[in-house]
Design a protein around this ligand. Structure first.
Ligand SMILES: C[S@@+](CC[C@H](N)C(=O)[O-])C[C@H]1O[C@@H](n2cnc3c(N)ncnc32)[C@H](O)[C@@H]1O
Length: 269
């Protein structure tokens, strides 16, 4: 990013981009990310485990299940081999609508996507399903009569229980036809010590961020009424840690970063 774009406040999408090794971030984003990495050194591993999940899920939806159009909800910046780049490798006619509520992420994203026909950014709060689905840019790229890949990667933690994120997932699922798929990853503290979780919470509170971590049962509820697919060959159709999904060697992939997130992909029957 051009430093001239920088503001004096860290931007979540910029922080995430920096943690992924991208360049679409400002000095304040980098400083905030470095502070977070001090509290949680495996944050980089964790962000990459998530990005790897997104990439493998999109590739599998395109190659195995013929999905050609995607809604990437809470997308952040379209950098570091994001959805449109994976699609370019697997189905060049694929289309993706990136949705984020953060004006700076959308502004930067618009610049990054300039000249790319099958990808666009929509600025909206994903809780406003109607606004997301009826946005002119969404309607241009996504035909709701055909199967859609709905991606909610590392975003439902920003939706507290009062927002009923389970109902939100259902509303998106209801809007798409059978044969559509939903991919979700979300943080959990099931495998973490109370001390580490406490440290992470206080650092987030200091940064003014609020994120919910969910148990396996709470995460699994996102997929009610859907058919969870086996995450890798020979696996049962279950929720796994994010690095394991689609991994060549699920045991090796289940590292400390991976254990901060659950992931699953499910089909709408
Ligand atoms: C941790 S980033 C994840 C980005 C991307 N999905 C990925 O996995 O690389 C979360 C993003 O969700 C966005 N976000 C959080 N709550 C949102 C909401 N209610 N509506 C739209 N975007 C939201 C934030 O602005 C941020 O860019």
């Amino acid at each position: 990013m051009n430093e001239a774009d920088a503001t004096d406040r860290p931007n979540p999408a910029g922080i995430y981009d920096y943690i992924l090794g991208g360049t679409a971030n400002s000095a304040v984003d980098r400083a905030a990310a470095d502070r977070a990495l001090k509290v949680l050194p495996e944050l980089g591993e964790s962000a990459w485990a998530n990005r790897g999940f997104l990439q493998r899920a999109v590739a599998r939806m395109a190659d195995e299940w013929g999905v050609r159009q995607f809604l990437d909800l809470g997308a952040g910046l379209p950098t570091q081999r994001s959805t449109h780049e994976v699609l370019a490798e697997h189905c060049p006619d694929g289309r993706v609508v990136y949705v984020d509520r953060d004006p700076l992420a959308v502004e930067r994203g618009d610049v990054l996507l300039r000249g790319i026909a099958g990808a666009t950014m929509v600025r909206a709060d994903i809780r406003d399903v109607e606004q997301v689905l009826s946005a002119p840019r969404t309607r241009e790229l996504v035909d709701l009569e055909l199967p859609v890949g709905i991606l909610l990667v590392a975003v439902t933690q920003f939706l507290p229980d009062e927002d009923d994120p389970w109902a939100l997932v259902r509303r998106y699922v209801e809007a798409v036809p059978p044969g559509s798929y939903v991919a979700i990853s979300a943080p959990t503290s099931d495998k973490q010590s109370e001390r580490v979780v406490g440290n992470v919470r206080s650092e987030m509170a200091r940064a003014g961020a609020r994120a919910v971590s969910r148990s396996r049962a709470e995460f699994t509820r996102f997929f009610e009424g859907l058919e969870i697919v086996p995450p890798y060959p020979g696996a049962e159709p279950v929720v796994v840690h994010v690095g394991q999904w689609g991994a060549e060697d699920p045991e090796v992939a289940d590292d400390d970063g991976s254990r901060w997130f659950y992931a699953a992909v499910a089909r709408k029957p």
